[in-house]
Design a binder for this molecule. Structure first.
Ligand code: UT7
Length: 328
């Protein structure tokens, strides 16, 4: 039995916030944001929407592209669930008109989609599931400090989804995997005062806004993504020179360039959409894949390397052989 990809779906909210819009609200400029991050605009969730709406939009797009097959497993990667209790996935399943199936969230922040793909693949085998939706969805605009220019410049909202299918005729798509974490850096990317440590955080005077030590994270993220990519390529029996398309987490264009450089992969072989969507956290990789498919940059038979790094700290990479006829 092989596990393949049948379709890819994407959803972004309708409101576009440009760098110029941001510069009218906080002390920043289009020039600073473009030159330091490569971002020109990002999408922001509507006041009456939540992460469930984003995840539902991407899941429905993937299902419709594939002709609405029955689903028997749903996994949502998110760090911004609608509420800390319950998870987002059961509600997304309900919105899709599905009940009774296993549905749960994976929390690995920007590495969430890579983790969710690896978890879903394994569960499809052990639970004998034949059609699974893996969704990456985040609404970081909801947790950013209104005056925090270093995070408001970067993060945007959105969701992406893959429909995985398992059947005896499918070629194996996932060739190599690598996942890792280092909890000693848990406070470098964090949202204090939002969980069971709220009382402790409150006593320490921490605000309930997302906080990132950007500089400290920058170099670690490059090193971790290069090392993790090499581990996944080794697991797949491939080398970086075999990679036709690198799909890096879209955190910062300078990080994307440094990862490509560290792997000696020409940057022309990297999927880049950060200019349009910003850093969409768990949605970043599936949204970049969706854009690459639409641009004709991702074709059957190509070797694809996905790599991500984020809060936790966490990192993960996947090597795939891109299948035929992926609908989008
Ligand atoms: O996605 C998960 C993992 N996350 C990452 O990988 C993010 C990695 N980090 C980064 O992408 C970058 O560190 C940032 C884009 C967040 C920041 O860029 P930087 O080049 O590292 O800037 P910095 O934090 O060292 O700040 C340099 C200066 C500071 O001013 P002072 O203290 O030198 O006067 C900041 O206050 O730039 C200032 N600054 C800004 N200025 C204008 C920070 N954000 C802005 C802004 N507009 N939006």
């Amino acid at each position: 039995m092989g596990i393949s990809i049948r379709s890819v779906g994407a959803y972004v909210p309708s409101y576009v916030e440009t760098n110029h819009d941001l510069a009218r609200q906080i002390n920043t400029s289009d020039e600073w944001i473009r030159s330091r991050t490569g971002i020109a605009q990002r999408y922001i969730i509507a006041p009456d929407q939540s992460t469930t709406d984003l995840a539902y939009g991407a899941a429905r797009a993937a299902l419709e592209a594939a002709g609405r097959p029955d689903i028997d497993l749903l996994v949502v990667a998110t760090a911004t669930p609608d509420r800390s209790v319950p998870a987002t996935a059961p509600r997304v399943a309900d919105r899709l008109g599905i009940s009774g199936i296993p549905a749960f969230d994976v929390a690995a922040v920007c590495s969430g989609f890579v983790y969710a793909m690896a978890v879903t693949e394994a569960l499809m085998r052990t639970l004998a599931r034949s059609r699974a939706l893996v969704v990456g969805a985040d609404a970081f605009s909801r947790i950013l400090g209104p005056d925090d220019r270093s995070t408001r410049a970067i993060f945007g909202d959105g969701a992406g989804a893959f429909l995985l299918v398992a059947d005896p005729d499918s070629e194996e798509v996932l060739l190599g995997r690598d996942l890792g974490s280092d909890g000693s850096g848990h406070d470098l990317i964090t949202r204090p005062s939002s969980g069971s440590a709220s009382v402790i955080d409150h006593l320490a005077g921490l605000q309930p806004y997302f906080a990132m030590s950007g500089k400290a994270v920058f170099m670690q993220s490059v090193r971790a993504m290069v090392q993790s990519s090499e581990n996944a390529l080794k697991d797949a029996g491939r080398t970086a020179s075999d990679v036709d398309l690198l799909v890096p987490h879209q955190a910062n264009l300078r990080i994307i360039n440094a990862v490509a450089d560290g792997l000696s992969i020409p940057v022309a072989r990297a999927a880049v959409n950060i200019d349009r969507v910003g850093n969409t956290v768990a949605a970043s990789i599936p949204l970049a894949v969706h854009d690459a498919l639409r641009a004709g940059k991702l074709r059957a038979g190509q070797t694809v390397l996905m790599t991500a790094f984020g809060g936790g700290l966490t990192w993960g990479s996947l090597v795939l052989s891109w299948p035929d006829n992926v609908a989008h």
